[in-house]
Ligand binder design. Structure first.
Ligand SMILES: Cc1cc2nc3c(=O)[nH]c(=O)nc-3n(C[C@H](O)[C@H](O)[C@H](O)COP(=O)(O)OP(=O)(O)OC[C@H]3O[C@@H](n4cnc5c(N)ncnc54)[C@H](O)[C@@H]3O)c2cc1C
Length: 460
């Protein structure tokens, strides 16, 4: 048996692969945050920044041989601790994988490297007649590779689907350095197992994604955003049904927000209240079509006639729409008011949502009478986010138990879109049965037998 390499030998070997400016240590590591929210500085062996797929392959071959854990990192905006590092880890940053290929207008596709931030892709695509189907609040930093690895969802899932529906093909590097090119450019490709899907949502545990071919959609010629106040959850569900039927596939967003989310942000964020009075429920909806404005006006008129909404405002231009979205996205203002909160991302059938939320809040209040619970989410996808503030970080594990275990009897999911990472691995059994977990473990063993890729993530 050969002795494991010293730290100096590891750094030297990685420097030979990527060059001396691309192996970062010491302060260059410590000045980056270890995930989101930004509370803990990164502390790991080094950050290595390859520029080519061959360099990624060489790094993985070396680390696999020497049993050195490797954590792939994109923008580190993931909300489950998937990109979090430990002291001996090599963080493999895709930040030099920034190329965006030419748009193929006939195929409606674009090939991109994994480190491209979502916003950069959106800007590149904006110049064409197309758009990219996934959008989310962390667009400035979240990368395509990270979004693939977490199967990100976001604001327009009801219309375009999650990342699984956007990826036609990809290139990934396996733990032993094998470069797997599964880069199909066509929508239909039934040639055995769909290998790319293995890597989508695998949170860096099965391979490092280096590039992908993405579907584009025809950009809607116009869109219209509205913000409404409602009195009951039944009315919110009825408005969703009405919008889905009247807007005929053009409804791209239906976000529900509770007062515990909206009111603190209005009080302490930099926003003007969109509506004159306070309401029990708020909905931010968007329709994207040639006649978006007329559709939204018609929808809201019908909703008023059916007494579903109490008040509403329609954005008259892009700036007003952006202000409504800024309110929905201002999690930082919420955290500024309440202090650090425990964040949850669950999904559950809409019909069970209210009962589940009431049950969770009752349990929380019986233990922490002053608990603050902010709720918002992508209602059409059954996806609710909860920000829970008890005042003490020591309560995190106990709150997890309340939020996650209550889901079991409703058949809900502990992770609608953020993944499992470190934070939810003890609760995987709430949403996955033993045979599913056993098969997942077998897939992991077969692709990464020496367990170097993001070890400890997803499974305990
Ligand atoms: C303000 C805010 C809003 C958000 N809104 C949403 C939302 O609406 N919907 C949603 O789904 N998510 C949302 N997120 C979560 C986050 O943005 C997504 O999970 C995003 O996909 C992570 O991308 P990233 O590049 O930051 O990945 P990272 O955080 O760097 O990594 C996430 C995981 O992917 C792995 N990984 C990263 N790159 C690669 C790669 N190239 N190959 C293999 N594995 C890789 C990491 O190891 C880790 O396990 C939000 C986050 C924030 C901070």
């Amino acid at each position: 048996m050969t002795a494991p390499p010293t730290n100096r030998e590891v750094l030297d070997a990685l420097t030979v692969i990527v060059g001396e400016h691309h192996v970062l240590t010491g302060e260059d590591v410590g000045h980056r945050w270890d995930g989101y929210p930004p509370v803990r500085p990164m502390d790991c062996r080094c950050i290595v920044r390859p520029a080519t797929t061959d360099e990624v392959a060489a790094i993985l071959r070396y680390c696999n041989y020497h049993l050195i854990p490797v954590v792939a990192q994109g923008g580190r905006t993931g909300l489950s601790g998937g990109a979090s590092v430990s002291v001996g880890d090599v963080a493999l940053s895709l930040e030099r994988f920034r190329a965006i290929g030419e748009i193929d207008p006939a195929g409606m596709i674009v090939e991109v490297e994994a480190g491209v931030p979502l916003e950069a892709l959106q800007q590149a695509v904006q110049k064409s007649e197309f758009c990219f189907g996934v959008d989310l609040g962390a667009r400035g930093s979240a990368t395509i590779g990270g979004m693939i690895a977490t199967n990100a969802g976001g604001n327009a899932v009801m219309r375009y689907g999650m990342m699984r529906e956007q990826v036609l093909g990809l290139e990934a590097v396996l733990a032993d350095g094998t470069i797997l090119t599964s880069n199909s450019r066509v929508l239909k490709n039934n040639t055995g197992y769909d290998l790319k899907q293995l890597f989508i949502g695998s949170e860096g545990t099965l391979g490092v994604v280096t590039r992908a071919t993405l579907r584009l959609r025809s950009a809607p010629s116009s869109s219209c955003t509205a913000f409404a106040g409602l009195a009951t959850f039944e009315a919110v569900l009825a408005l969703l049904r009405l919008a889905s039927s009247l807007c005929e596939g053009a409804l791209s967003t239906f976000e529900v927000m509770w007062p515990g989310f909206v009111h603190p942000i209005l009080q302490h964020g930099n926003h003007l209240p969109p509506l004159a009075n306070q309401h029990k429920f708020y909905v931010l909806l968007e329709v994207a079509s040639r006649s978006a404005q007329e559709s939204v006006e018609h929808l809201l008129n019908q909703a008023i006639k059916q007494s579903l909404i109490q008040d509403a405002v329609i954005a008259q231009n892009t700036a007003q729409a952006e202000k409504l979205w800024a309110l929905r996205d201002d999690i930082d203002a919420l955290i500024a008011v309440h202090g650090p909160a425990f964040l949850y991302d669950v999904s559950i059938a809409q019909s069970a949502m209210e009962s589940y939320l009431e049950r969770v809040e009752r349990s929380l209040r019986s233990r922490w009478p002053d608990v603050r619970v902010a709720k918002f989410g992508h209602l059409a996808d059954g996806n609710i986010h909860l920000c829970i503030h008890t005042g003490s970080s020591a309560d995190h594990a106990a709150v997890d138990v309340i939020v996650y275990r209550a889901l079991a009897s409703y058949g809900g999911s502990i992770s609608a879109e953020h993944g499992i990472g470190l934070e939810k691995r003890s609760f995987l059994d709430v949403s996955r049965n033993p045979s599913e977990i056993a098969l997942m473990r077998n897939i992991k063993k077969s692709l990464d037998p020496r367990n170097i890729l993001n070890p400890g993530k997803i499974f305990l």
